[in-house]
Design a binder for this molecule. Structure first.
Ligand SMILES: *Cc1c(COP(=O)(O)O)cnc(C)c1O
Length: 359
């Protein structure tokens, strides 16, 4: 009964929850810098909205996401029919795999990049065409050069997880000129809000021009709603309608919809999050520099750090110090990815890594 291409998939490994690490080590106050979550809190307005919406959870959620799409439409300046909602943007990546990839098709993505592209490609028994990053960035000319008549999807993670690099407006412009119609270009913009607006490509422009483009954003990162699972995609209506065929009904909970609407209005919370991230970034750059550890300058809320030896070992040692980070594999197995946290969390990481590298 097993499908070979499914059995071969190496499952996504989530980081351990804080409570489990604390229980295993018999400690309190463990610090989780492993999943690029908002370290401050969810938006207080979102929390309030959830408390109000909770009274109605005997009812199914609004399966069309009517009010949230309306709000997003105003926020983004695009029509409601250009938007699809997902149980996390991850679910939309899944829908893309189901709807656009099948046996023998090709999907192009970078390495290192978000692991889910590889998984979703294999789920559809399609072939992943992996293009190494160049100076830690998506090598867009090389990716364009890999297009064949089997190419259906190209994933561009911008800013890229785990490197934190971006491809700029001009670079993307040149890339888009080289990509023929009939190939869906997916811009995964999970960290979009952290990156400087003027450098980032205007993906909505491509959508309005009728290009075969979808942009994915999420409430899991800057908006601090990772635990609720909600994200969205933007594309021209024909692509949205097509994806709607594979969207599970009621995929986004009523609490998630209510919280997302409130979070969109909470500009203060977003601003505080960006400020804390910038401050944490400066601190970590300085301290990593003092420790002589190399790192990749980031446009997101995490930093890829060169620990100079097997990152699995280093991550385990950090875990014993109560700091959870993400070890990298493959070509970058000497790197850990560290989420930029609150001041005391960043300090805990620096003091733990100082201890670990001196051992
Ligand atoms: C976190 C993340 C996502 C979004 O995850 P959801 O919680 O499912 O919205 C998507 N892409 C990348 C690159 C991410 O890092």
């Amino acid at each position: 009964m097993w499908l070979e291409h499914i059995a071969e998939i190496e499952p996504y490994k989530p980081g351990k929850p804080i409570s489990e690490v604390e229980r295993e080590l018999g400690i309190k106050g463990a610090v989780k810098l492993a999943s690029n979550e908002n370290p401050i809190s969810p938006s207080p307005k979102a929390v309030q909205a959830i408390l109000e919406a909770v009274r109605d959870i005997n009812r199914y959620p609004d399966g069309s996401g009517f009010y949230l799409k309306k709000k997003l439409s105003q926020h983004l300046g695009i029509g409601e029919d250009f938007i699809i909602l997902g149980n996390g943007s991850n679910e939309i990546i899944n829908m893309i795999g189901v709807a656009f990839l099948s046996d023998g098709d090709e999907a192009i993505f970078a390495d290192p990049s978000f692991d889910i592209y590889r998984i979703v490609t294999r789920m559809s028994n399609a072939r992943g065409v992996v293009v190494p990053t160049r100076s830690w960035k998506h090598d867009l000319p090389a990716m364009a050069g890999k297009v064949t008549d089997r190419t259906r999807v190209i994933f561009i993670c911008n800013p890229n997880n785990p490197t934190g690099t971006i491809v700029t407006r001009d670079e993307v412009e040149e890339f888009m000129e080289a990509i023929p119609p009939g190939i869906l270009v997916v811009f995964d913009e999970a960290y979009w809000e952290y990156a400087p607006r003027h450098l980032m490509p205007d993906v909505i422009k491509y959508i309005m021009e009728g290009r075969d483009v979808i942009a994915l954003r999420t409430f899991s990162k800057i908006y601090g709603l990772a635990g609720l699972r909600i994200g969205y995609g933007m594309a021209r209506p024909q692509i949205i309608e097509y994806l709607e065929r594979v969207r599970p009904p009621f995929n986004v909970s009523s609490l998630a919809q209510a919280a997302a609407m409130a979070a969109l209005d909470d500009e203060e919370h977003v601003r505080r999050t960006i400020e804390a991230n910038e401050e944490g970034k400066r601190y970590l750059y300085e301290e990593l520099g003092k420790l002589g550890l190399g790192y990749v300058p980031t446009y997101a809320n995490f930093i890829l750090v060169d620990v100079g030896r097997d990152s699995r070992e280093v991550a385990d040692m950090l875990l014993k110090e109560g700091v959870i980070v993400r070890p990298m594999k493959g070509k970058i197995s000497n790197y850990i990815r560290v989420t930029i946290g609150l001041r005391h969390e960043n300090e805990a990481f620096i003091s733990a890594i100082r201890k670990v590298i001196s051992l």
